[in-house]
Design a protein around this ligand. Structure first.
Ligand SMILES: Cc1cc2nc3c(=O)[nH]c(=O)nc-3n(C[C@H](O)[C@H](O)[C@H](O)COP(=O)(O)OP(=O)(O)OC[C@H]3O[C@@H](n4cnc5c(N)ncnc54)[C@H](O)[C@@H]3O)c2cc1C
Length: 393
């Protein structure tokens, strides 16, 4: 693989809006990605294996639960620092960012926000360090965009236990996770969060094979066949769909930042190539059609950087709404997907090889634009927010 020559675009001096701590966090993760991810990621994707050796480093960097308070092992950082971390990880690879997003936003966040003190003390420090990995089970084989129709359920089995049945599909980190935060209905049909631990009888996590996208992230099913789960593992402080949806808001926020990292990497690689590749006796960057692509890429990256920064400020102030987060997730995914495709075309035949990161980003982004709410669902969220009218049903 070629040396990682990435140089971050910052056309509107967005760095001036960041604090010294933000810059330090961002640059630390950036250097780590250059050293630990860039040299191995192409091979991991070609082999479709999750590079488990990176877990320790991600934990040490504080990428698992950066906004969780330090007393529970988290980073105690603000949301802009969290966003910048996700941007840098996804600049490396969307699968790496996904691993961190799931751990922080979809596993640690619900335990921290809805868990008992005992659950927080038992699980959070080990999850923050990466000693334990977690996954988040919401999607089912027959219920994706409409999770309220889920059929995974549990029934009471005496004073101490419930019995869980059902199946979840498309679950990131499932094949190796020690715990799963699972969303299931109780006997009254109310959605509850429940922590299922590897080793519980009747709980299996078969791996999903054959993906052409997010190949460095392990994906699997969660199958529950009469699994006896202690009642102490039920998250006590949330009932209903708002539990999983608030986790998704936190993860979507990270994605809004993350995919801009992937877009920046594609733009950077294409810009450099356009100055080096000679056709018709000129660098291809001298042709107007190429400049149009590059100019539009940097314009969209700049707009997304500014939107993310503003969203981060609102989130730090506790004012960011789920609909604003939806808009940013949707916008970032859209521009990143287009930038990856245009960048790929600019490299001609080289664009489809693993010599450059672009094709890998392009394929990864097809998952990212789909998970945590599809592109269509986020548009409907914005539509509902501005009109007050529900177009989902
Ligand atoms: C690599 C990967 C990792 C994932 N990781 C996780 C994870 O860790 N945990 C987890 O719980 N889930 C995970 N998911 C699942 C993901 O969140 C779902 O795939 C996603 O929510 C879409 O659900 P679906 O695939 O069932 O598609 P469907 O809901 O069947 O949608 C199919 C199509 O119909 C459209 N559609 C649906 N409803 C409407 C509507 N009302 N109006 C207009 N269009 C509509 C959708 O936009 C889409 O284009 C992952 C998915 C992938 C691909």
């Amino acid at each position: 693989m070629l040396k990682d020559l990435f140089q971050s675009p910052d056309y509107f001096q967005v760095d001036d809006l960041l604090t010294a701590e933000h810059l330090l966090v961002r640059d630390t993760v950036r250097q780590w990605v250059k050293k630990e991810i860039s040299p191995i990621i192409e091979d991991a994707c070609q082999q479709a294996t999750f590079p488990s050796q990176i877990i320790k480093g991600l934990g040490e960097l504080g990428c698992f639960g950066p906004t969780i308070p330090q007393e529970y092992g988290g980073g105690g950082m603000d949301h802009i620092a969290y966003g910048l971390m996700m941007q840098e990880l996804e600049r490396g690879d969307s699968g790496v960012r996904s691993t961190a997003s799931v751990q922080g936003s979809l596993v640690m966040y619900p335990i921290f926000t809805f868990g008992s003190e005992e659950q927080k003390r038992k699980f959070l420090p080990k999850l923050a360090s990466g000693e334990w990995m977690g996954c988040f089970g919401l999607t089912e084989p027959d219920h994706g965009s409409d999770p309220s129709s889920m059929i995974t359920n549990f029934r009471d089995a005496g004073d101490d236990y419930v019995v869980l049945n059902g199946a979840k599909m498309w679950i990131s980190n499932a094949p190796f996770a020690q715990i799963a935060v699972v969303w299931a209905k109780d006997e009254a049909g109310v959605i509850r969060g429940i922590i299922v631990e590897r080793g519980m009888e009747g709980f299996t996590t078969p791996e999903t094979k054959g993906k052409w996208s997010l190949r460095a992230s392990a994906t699997g099913e969660l199958v529950f066949d009469n699994v006896k789960v202690p009642k102490a593992n039920i998250l006590p402080n949330v009932k209903g769909l708002k539990g999983p949806l608030s986790c998704l808001s936190s993860a979507r926020y990270g994605i809004a930042w993350g995919v801009v990292g992937a877009a920046m990497d594609c733009y950077d690689a294409a810009l450099r190539y356009s100055k080096e590749r000679i056709q018709f006796d000129k660098p291809i960057g001298a042709f107007q059609l190429t400049q149009k692509k590059l100019a539009e890429m940097i314009t969209e990256i700049t707009k997304a950087q500014l939107m993310n920064w503003r969203l981060g400020v609102l989130k730090n102030e506790g004012k960011a709404t789920p609909a604003q987060i939806s808009m940013a997730k949707r916008n970032s995914c859209e521009i990143a997907t287009k930038i990856a495709r245009d960048a790929r075309s600019m490299l001609g035949g080289m664009g489809i090889t693993g010599e450059y990161p672009i094709m890998r980003h392009m394929m990864n982004l097809e998952s990212v634009i789909t998970y945590e709410g599809t592109h269509e669902i986020h548009l409907l969220i914005t539509g509902q927010d501005i009109t007050g009218l529900d177009a989902f049903h």
